[in-house]
Design a binder for this molecule. Structure first.
Ligand code: UTP
Length: 295
């Protein structure tokens, strides 16, 4: 059966981006001309995922509003002859159906995914973090993941990217089965935020997952960590321990993940997107060059 459901968790507090995120979701921060979460939704739709569930929380209302048709704005733009601006709202007509469920308290990504159990039912599904943009030139990362899920008959497929060894303690880090290499490999284990010495590789989980519904059974049995959060990494490790097949797709070449979870990577993402803006990118590049020369 084709995978058609995507779950986008957007219920986190985003504390690393305070004060910007005090009353505004980090997933609604603009990167270039669009809010982060719009890139995520467009990526899902382009891969044929038409049923999209947002796991939302308090202060996340603007996400629902963003994907809703705004008749007042539409009439205003038509009435004032601003048809060109209407085009920027064409995403409102995308062929996707949106669903929402609340995570009452932000108790971790694993807990957010648990809220999707009724929506998912008996089907395989995608999880795409609402604060991460995947940029690609050519074949889509998620397409490769969907193919791998089918071909390898895995219980989970996870996107990973190589990160500097100094940064492994920020991520879930995977250990591929020995002897395997290439773009798709099976996993021997996974560990959440290891120290540089503990890390079995520098391949970090990169915001996109595909799961079979078995992940819910694993999550149900997983204990919360010392911060009271339910980690999906621990549930994935349980799948592997039970002898289930889990594989990773390693991000290649020009594929890039922007994590809009801290200011440094948010600024980097904004600069990259703004500099490739069709109308203003060129001027902005000149501006930045001059600014760097101290003019
Ligand atoms: P993060 O791991 O960046 O956590 O979430 P966070 O709580 O949003 O941010 P900080 O650490 O306080 O700065 C990754 C993605 O998972 C969602 C977030 O909304 C984000 O899109 N998430 C995280 C949830 O939906 N629920 C949670 O309990 C935690």
């Amino acid at each position: 059966m084709e995978i058609r459901k995507a779950v986008i968790p957007v219920a986190g507090l985003g504390t690393r981006l305070l004060p910007a995120t005090k009353s505004m979701p980090k997933e609604m921060l603009a990167v270039g001309r669009k809010p982060v979460v719009q890139y995520v939704v467009e990526e899902m739709e382009a891969c044929g995922l038409k049923d999209i569930l947002f796991v939302t929380g308090r202060s996340k209302r603007t996400i629902e509003d963003h994907f809703d048709f705004n008749s007042e704005l539409y009439s205003n733009l038509v009435g004032t002859g601003k048809r060109d601006l209407l085009e920027s709202l064409s995403f409102e007509n995308m062929e996707a159906t949106f669903f929402y469920v609340r995570q009452a308290q932000p108790k971790g990504l694993g807990h957010a995914i648990m809220q999707a159990r009724d929506f998912v039912g008996n089907e395989d599904f995608v999880v795409a973090l609402g604060d991460s943009i995947i940029c690609e030139d050519g074949k889509r990362l998620l397409e490769t993941m969907l193919e791998a899920k089918k071909e390898r008959n895995a219980e989970a497929v996870i996107a990973v990217q190589a990160v500097p060894w100094e940064e492994v303690h920020h991520y879930g880090i995977v250990k591929p089965l020995s002897g395997q290499s290439g773009a798709v490999v099976d996993l021997a284990s996974i560990i959440e935020k290891p120290s540089k010495n503990e890390a079995p590789s520098n391949l970090a989980v990169a915001a996109r997952y595909i799961f079979s519904p078995l992940i819910f059974d694993m999550l149900e049995r997983t204990l919360t960590d010392k911060r009271g959060e339910l980690q999906v990494t621990d549930a994935i490790e349980s799948l592997i321990r039970q002898g289930k097949r889990v594989c990773v797709v390693v991000m290649q070449g020009k594929q890039k993940r922007y994590d809009i979870g801290n200011y440094l990577s948010y600024y980097k993402a904004f600069i990259d997107f703004a500099m490739s803006d069709p109308d203003y990118g060129q001027d902005l590049r000149h501006y930045v060059e001059k600014a760097l020369q101290g003019e």
